[in-house]
Design a protein around this ligand. Structure first.
Ligand SMILES: *[C@@H]1O[C@H](CO)[C@@H](O)[C@H](O)[C@H]1NC(C)=O
Ligand SMILES: *[C@@H]1O[C@H](CO)[C@@H](O)[C@H](O)[C@H]1NC(C)=O
Ligand SMILES: *[C@@H]1O[C@H](CO)[C@@H](O)[C@H](O)[C@H]1NC(C)=O
Ligand SMILES: *[C@@H]1O[C@H](CO)[C@@H](O)[C@H](O)[C@H]1NC(C)=O
Ligand SMILES: *[C@@H]1O[C@H](CO)[C@@H](O)[C@H](O)[C@H]1NC(C)=O
Length: 338
């Protein structure tokens, strides 16, 4: 009799423990199912060994998974899939689209991540920050990102993306910047990029194959950071300059740009100006001497002429910032001929 009671007590305790575990699991069942499917589609990499059906995906033991504790909905809102040690080349799992509460998605530093960006990502209608960088993802940057109105930043740097820039992302109302450096993107910058909202302050697309002229519409933008270095862009880039803009960094190095630098207006917040290796002509603007924050300047290998304005920070840069122009002269280069 006593033994039977004891066994029953043990059973009751075990069962109530199991019930408690089930009740106190914060992970949403649909999110858990999606995560386990993602793990499977990735080929069960060892990096995701902590993703176990028997544990709570919201208790921070699941590598790279965070749930929304602020609103206490405990939906998965941050997925960081970085440094995945994928045993063989795998595409981005389409099931990522089944995590509808994602706010941040990072897929970075994973050489064996290949194939195109899946269209299921359009289901992530609450996504603010998307990072797909340092992978071998191919194909183009899809236009469908214009459907995710919540997007704030898009970072697709250092992948193997090709094709043209997606024109329609300029309609995204909250987008503050794009970072597309280090891919094989070709063709011109779309005219539509002049109509980004006034929140848009950062455009970096260096180390690609962009060609053609920079659209005049881009004069509408008030960019803090622009980096279009190492492309094949031609013609006028004066649209990025302007005394009334808040520009801090302009890097247009290593293109085929040709415009009169003497005529541009300068943002008083300019910190870095790299125009090396282009066909830029005219003189260096006198206003450069008034820029208090200018700590990086390189105008070498252009067609500039005339005396380097004397004053401000301009003589703190060495000769290599000014060499190989048509007829620049004066300190730190040799004096101008009378
Ligand atoms: C997370 O859940 C697992 C299994 O439910 C448990 O073993 C672990 O102690 C929990 N960790 C935390 C930090 O709550
Ligand atoms: C792309 O794949 C090649 C060959 O596997 C590898 O060497 C390279 O690091 C990968 N690139 C990136 C950015 O992961
Ligand atoms: C990038 O993709 C192209 C095909 O689109 C391929 O030939 C090339 O090897 C890829 N580069 C790397 C580093 O994987
Ligand atoms: C650019 O932005 C800055 C800071 O946000 C603002 O002060 C400035 O008036 C803007 N300039 C133009 C031309 O829109
Ligand atoms: C300026 O650019 C030239 C040409 O690429 C380079 O050789 C030089 O080191 C650069 N100087 C500075 C100060 O960045």
């Amino acid at each position: 009799m006593k033994g039977k009671m004891g066994r029953m007590m043990v059973m009751v305790v075990v069962m109530s423990c199991m019930l408690r575990a089930a009740v106190t699991e914060l992970c949403n069942p649909q999110d858990k199912q999606a995560l386990l499917q993602i793990k499977k589609e990735f080929g069960n990499p060892t990096t995701l060994a902590s993703w176990l059906p028997t544990t709570d995906c919201c208790n921070r033991t699941w590598q790279g998974v965070l749930c929304d504790t602020d609103t206490k909905t405990y939906r998965v809102n941050d997925l960081d899939l970085s440094d995945l040690n994928l045993p063989k080349p795998q595409p981005i799992p389409p099931s990522i689209g089944n995590l509808p509460y994602l706010n941040i998605l990072s897929l970075t530093r994973t050489p064996n991540l290949v194939g195109p960006i899946p269209s299921t990502l359009t289901k992530l209608t609450k996504l603010h920050y998307l990072y797909i960088s340092h992978t071998n993802v191919t194909g183009n940057i899809p236009d469908f990102f214009s459907q995710i109105k919540t997007l704030v930043t898009l970072d697709f740097s250092y992948n193997n993306l090709s094709g043209k820039l997606p024109p329609s992302i300029s309609s995204l109302p909250n987008l503050v910047g794009i970072t597309f450096d280090g891919n094989r993107i070709s063709g011109p910058i779309p005219d539509s990029y002049g109509s980004f909202s006034n929140l848009f302050t950062s455009m970096t697309i260096s180390r690609n194959r962009l060609s053609g002229k920079i659209p005049a519409t881009l004069a509408n933008l008030n960019l803090s950071f622009v980096d279009l270095s190492r492309n094949m862009l031609e013609g006028d880039a004066s649209v990025f300059f302007g005394a009334k803009k808040n520009t801090q960094k302009i890097n247009l190095a290593k293109n085929s740009l040709a415009f009169d630098l003497g005529k541009v207006g300068l943002s008083k917040n300019l910190e870095g100006l790299d125009l090396r290796n282009n066909h830029i002509y005219g003189t260096l603007p006198q206003g450069l001497t008034a820029l208090k924050f200018l700590h990086r300047l390189n105008v070498s290998f252009n067609n500039l002429c005339g005396e380097i304005p004397q004053g401000g920070n301009l003589q703190r840069f060495d000769e290599s910032s000014y060499v190989h122009n048509k007829c620049l002269c004066g300190s730190p280069l040799p004096p101008c001929k009378p």
